[in-house]
Each structure stands twice: as C-alpha cells, then as structure tokens.
Design a binder for this molecule. Structure first.
Ligand code: SAH
Ligand code: SF4
Ligand code: F3S
Length: 440
C-alpha cells in the first residue's frame, strides 16, 4: 500500500474556522490524507484564514513566506489557502504568492477533494463561489475517530446585518440556517464518539431559523430537541446579536437545564451615536434591557462581549459611554479590539479617523476595566461548588483541566477526575486565567 499523504492545517480566526478545519480534514481523510502537526512532514499545507482585522489578514502572507524553504525542499508539497482571506483576496493571493496552489472560500469546501486532485495533477485552482447547495450535505466523510468531550457544531452561517466595519457579510455570504434534522444527526454522532458538550456556532447563531419537522425552528426549539439526546450534557451557542434575542431563547435560560449559564453578546460600543454609525440597529439602552431580562430568567448568567474602540468619529465622551456600559453590565469575560479599517466596508470610507495613539490609550483603559471585572468574577467563585466537565490533563503531573458552567478553566489533581466526566468541584483558589479546586 502506498504511504498515506500527510495534511497540515493551521487555523486562524473564529470558532467557525476551527469547525471548518475539522470538516476539511475529514473530507480530505476520505481522499487518503492523514493529519500531521508538523508542517515539515506535510504533503499538503492548508491555511484556514481570517480577514476580520488587518493584522489577521497580513499574517497569511508572512506565514506563506515561511513555507518557501519547505516547498524548495519538497517540490511535491502543495499549499492551499482557505477561509475568509481566501474569499476576500483569492486572485490577489494567487498573484502575490506564486507558491500557493489552491485557494478555496468558506462556501466551497465540499469541492475541496476535486480541487486537491486537480492540484496534485499540476494545476492551480481557485474557487470562491457562493453556490446554492449546502456544503455540509455534500462534504465527504472520512474515518470517524473518537474525540474529546467538547465539540463545535455549525448551525447557521453568514450574515445579513452589514455592520459598517465588518467583512463577514462579504466573506461568509448571506445568512443560511441548516435543517434541524441534519444538526440533530450530527450531534448524535458526536455524542456517540464521546462528546458531552456541544457549542452551536453561527455568525448570528440566535437568528437560526432552520427547517424543522413541521415549519421553521427557532434556536430555542433546536436547543430543546438537542437536549433530548441522552449523553449530551451541556449546550452552548455563539455568537449572538442583540436584535435576534427572542423571548423563547431568553426563557430557555430559565427552563432548559442543559443550556449553560453563559452568553456571548457583543455590543461593540456604549455610545448611541457610534452604534448608529456602526449600523448596529440597537442602542446601548436596548442592549442593557435585554441583559436585564436575561438575568431575570437566569440570575447567575455570566456575560461576555465584544468591543471596538477608536471607530471613526469616536470622541472621549463616546468612549466614556462604553466604559459606563461595561460598569453597568459587568462582564465575566470580554474581547476588545482597536478599530481596523477593512477595504470594501462602508466605515473604511470615513475620514474622521481616530489617531492611533488615542485608540491605543482607550483600548488600554477599557482592557484594564474588563480585566478587573474578569478577575473579580473569578475570585467570587472561590469557596463555591461548581460542576466541571473534565477535558484533558493539565500541565502538572496528575492534574486535570475542565470547564465550569460559567466557562472558567478549573484544575484539580485527583485520579477520579477523568476526561468526559462531570463532577462537583469546590473552588479553593483563583489564578489570572483559571481556578483550582477539589472534588467534593
Ligand atoms: N458575528 C459576530 C462576530 C463578528 S467578528 C458578531 O456579530 O458579533 C468578532 C468581533 O470582531 C466583532 O464582534 C467585533 O468586535 C470585532 N470586529 C469586527 N470587525 C472589526 C474591525 N473592522 N475592526 C476591529 N474589530 C472588528
Ligand atoms: Fe459582522 Fe455585524 Fe454581522 Fe456580526 S452582525 S458578523 S459584526 S456584520
Ligand atoms: Fe475571521 Fe471569517 Fe471568522 S473573518 S472571525 S474567520 S468569519
């Protein structure tokens, strides 16, 4: 038998790219590729890229440069670029980086096996279509190995919101929900392979409106159906948009015990003037009102958010509104970014840009506040007992790491803590990015 060909995939960007990379590895598994974590050993290198900010996109070209000597040493090595940079800059990548053999956008991964065959025959291939068919339904399935206790599952993809700063509607295309039956089948299969916790993914996951057995299902209906799968213990979803936070989903936080008390709900800014320029179509007040309703439904809900500072036209007063909103909401975790002008987006045309040093200084102030809130939220767990799903060994001998309901990383050193089990842990200490505790 010929030796198996080796595939190295490097993933950037959001969790959907992590999910897509797994699907691509599976699809190419059916064509005889096995994964490797060493680029030097690979016959095929795939970069799954992110276009969200300038830095993310530029990484691709520097990474490709590092593969030059590998290609010189092994002329049979094939190099592909997938993901959102591929979608946005496909032809340019082919021009700027002659060592690239293949460019594939996020909506054509099901065509990857045929493209790889063409590339192996010496062609260069580009596919950045937005085809009508569901790529997931047409992706070939490779060997199904057992896997860790947590998994991502894409249920919705694309975005029709067109926030003025954002490339996602252009790189991922229009919003599409997968049929509920396919999602349920995939979830059952994951559970059969050892998965205990599933995080449902979508760019606007709470806008989910997929085909159900009788009419369309909302995300709350999908979650209830998933909760019926024996062996699936925990459900999460990300990322949500405030305007799609329906009543039935808020109620699910009270009624569905398998839905974890953690929600990532980006707001971007606390200033209505800036929110309007961002085309967010909500106000700071309407966002806070949603948070209040969520906390009524689930008082211990932990919140996470995304923030952009230095959006064009942002004044000190606008920024102070963001700080005030953060103080009012109180986040367990958060992601904050300096605004990055993205070619082709409406905000990139604005001339009232905020100077780099002003934006950096605001980002530092915001991050100091968010870090302080995160530290306080973690410290508040000390002395409490929390349910932890153990995932893998920690860095210290005998140590296991898992996640609490609130998505805190928790370490214990106890032989009874094994991957895939959920146990009550009494928290004894808080470190900057994790908690330590003992099984009760
Ligand atoms: N679909 C999700 C996530 C979009 S990308 C949502 O709607 O919230 C993740 C985060 O990146 C965004 O929430 C935003 O905070 C940030 N982001 C997007 N475009 C950006 C840009 N041009 N500059 C800086 N940050 C950006
Ligand atoms: Fe981007 Fe806005 Fe869509 Fe989120 S909702 S993906 S920030 S356009
Ligand atoms: Fe990046 Fe595309 Fe995700 S731009 S954040 S990889 S949807």
């Amino acid at each position: 038998m010929a030796q198996a060909k080796k595939l190295f995939i490097k993933t950037y960007g959001c969790q959907m790219n992590v999910y897509d990379s797994e699907r691509m590895a599976e699809a190419l598994g059916a064509s005889g590729y096995v994964g490797t974590d060493r680029a030097e050993d690979a016959d095929m290198i795939l970069l799954n890229t992110c276009h969200i900010r300038e830095k993310a996109a530029e990484k691709v070209y520097s990474e490709l440069g590092r593969f030059k000597p590998l290609k010189a040493a092994n002329p049979d090595l094939k190099i592909g670029v997938a993901g959102c940079v591929a979608q946005a800059e496909g032809e340019e990548i082919m021009r700027r980086a002659p060592l690239v053999d293949l460019v594939v956008g996020p909506q054509t991964y099901h065509r990857l096996p045929a493209m790889v065959a063409a590339v192996r025959a010496g062609e260069r291939a580009v596919d950045t279509d937005f085809p009508e068919e569901d790529k997931f339904a047409h992706l070939p399935k490779g060997p199904r190995a057992s896997r860790g206790p947590t998994a991502f599952l894409t249920v919705q993809e694309g975005c029709d919101k067109f926030c003025s700063f954002c490339v996602v509607p252009y790189t991922r295309g229009a919003e599409v929900s997968r049929p509920a039956a396919r999602i349920l089948a995939e979830a059952r299969e994951l559970v059969d392979r050892g998965v205990r916790e599933i995080t449902l993914l979508g760019q606007n996951v709470n806008a989910y409106h997929g085909e159900g057995p009788a009419g369309e299902w909302s995300l709350a209906q999908l979650i209830d159906a998933l909760a019926g799968i024996a062996g699936l213990e925990r459900i999460r979803f990300t990322t949500s948009h405030p305007n799609d936070m329906r009543e039935d989903l808020i109620a699910a936080f009270a009624s569905q015990p398998k839905l974890m008390p953690y929600l990532h709900l980006p707001v971007q800014s606390g200033s209505d003037r800036i929110l309007k320029r961002m085309n967010r179509k909500h106000t700071a007040e309407s966002y806070v009102a949603i948070i209040d309703r969520l906390r009524e439904a689930r008082p211990d809900l932990a919140l996470s958010g995304d923030f952009i500072v230095g959006f064009p036209g942002e004044t000190e007063a606008d920024f102070e509104d963001t700080m005030a909103l953060v103080r009012r909401v109180g986040y367990g975790q958060a992601y904050s970014f300096k605004y990055s002008a993205r070619p082709g987006t409406p905000a990139a045309e604005r001339e009232d840009t905020v100077p780099e040093d002003v934006a950096s200084e605001r980002l530092a102030r915001l991050q100091a506040l968010l870090t302080e809130q995160q530290r306080a939220a973690q410290e508040a767990m000390v002395g409490r007992t929390v349910a932890v799903l153990f995932e893998k060994p920690g860095r210290m001998p005998g140590q296991m790491v898992g996640k609490s309901d609130h998505l805190h990383a928790v370490h214990v050193t106890d032989p009874r803590a094994t991957p895939g089990t959920i146990a009550d842990v009494r928290i004894t200490a808080s470190a900057p990015n994790s908690l330590a505790g003992e099984l009760v």
